[in-house]
Write a protein that binds this ligand. Sequence first.
Ligand code: G3P
Length: 219
Amino acid sequence: MKLFIDTADLNEIKEIASWGILDGVTTNPTLLAKSGRSFQDVIDEIFKLVDGPISLEVVSENADDMVREAKQIVSKVPQKYQKNVAIKIPMTPEGLKAVKTLCKLGIQTNVTLIFSANQALLAAKAGATFVSPFIGRLDDNGQEGMRVIEEIMEIFCNYDIPTEVIVASVRHPIHVIESARIGADIATVPPEVIRKMVKHPLTDAGIKSFLKDWEKVKK
Ligand code: G3P
């Protein structure tokens, strides 16, 4: 399973990318606002940090405007990185129209705010490169988010649908394990959850006792 980081915090991306574990980045307007940097600032840096799909979201609501905005975003990215741009498009009828056009133009799309297998199927049919079901928000709403991932993976497998499934709105490490067990293509994970995935108290305790014992034998 590929691992994306779900943040626009450039310091976190830089640090975690240095561990050699990142395959891409996803952002959204909320994450950009949290980063405290301007959109252009983030675009200028983010592509240098991770060589993989970088999702950047449009905020227009009709298809023509979404396509215009997507082209503008691509044009702001240095040419050598443009192949890595994935335009995040909301799951609406206008969004589907925009996905269809962007697919014809060869621009990657990531259809976001997906909450059902039917929405994922429609986005895939329109030509989405990626779909992003938001499992944490489903869990919050009293539905089992992981069940939607299972349904989508089963349907995409049945028909060899090439659209990749990004498990999004990940809240804790168990979401990542479950995504991998189901066979999801990608999980996009906030930095604080990636940090929890690295840690285990027995690892820390083991290091501490090895270092202590090393002191006894090193001379
Ligand atoms: O990738 C989508 C994600 O950023 C949304 O997460 O925690 O706001 O539901 P959350």
